[in-house]
Design a protein around this ligand. Structure first.
Ligand code: CMP
Length: 144
């Protein structure tokens, strides 16, 4: 059975251009419950840890520079089939390939500065949520 949570990051580009509110509205309007939320600035080591699977990619250093360039909003989003449904709402990693009506089509500048992150599997959602939030920072509608 598909999991009920995913982790999102509203990235520095979207925060800088005051897109937090519109993005959260799209998330709520698509049926997600916001179970945790915070505005923080990632340290280099936190960003490197979070994106460790991309360590050998040519864009890694640039991605870390970008992700530490300003504050980000981190959230846990809940609904049935959360990972797949949020990936659909975000749209393709590359905004040029993203469908109309998706967050990235509306707000992303390019494949790196792509407005939002979303977990790519239930297993990674669990890890990513645990990386950013303790149990007293979460308000789940599923884990009662
Ligand atoms: P995200 O969903 O956060 O996961 C990894 C991130 O790496 C991705 O969004 C983009 O910000 C970035 N990324 C992925 N592919 C590329 C690429 N080809 N060039 C530059 N950045 C990329």
């Amino acid at each position: 059975m598909a999991g009920t949570k995913t982790l999102t990051i509203i990235k520095p580009d979207a925060v800088r251009y005051e897109h937090i509110g519109p993005i959260l509205t799209m998330i709520n309007s698509s049926g997600f419950h916001i179970a945790a939320l915070k505005l923080i600035r990632l340290s280099r080591s936190e960003a490197e840890h979070f994106y460790v699977v991309h360590k050998n990619k040519p864009f890694f250093n640039s991605l870390i520079d970008f992700m530490t360039s300003g504050p980000v909003v981190i959230g846990i989003l809940e609904k049935e089939n959360a990972v797949a449904d949020y990936r659909k709402l975000m749209g393709n990693t590359d905004p040029l390939k993203a469908e109309e009506g998706t967050i990235r089509k509306k707000f992303a500048a390019n494949i790196e500065r792509n407005a939002v992150h979303g977990s790519d599997s239930d297993e990674n959602a669990e890890k990513e949520c645990n990386f950013f939030f303790s149990c007293i920072e979460r308000f789940s509608v599923f884990d009662k």
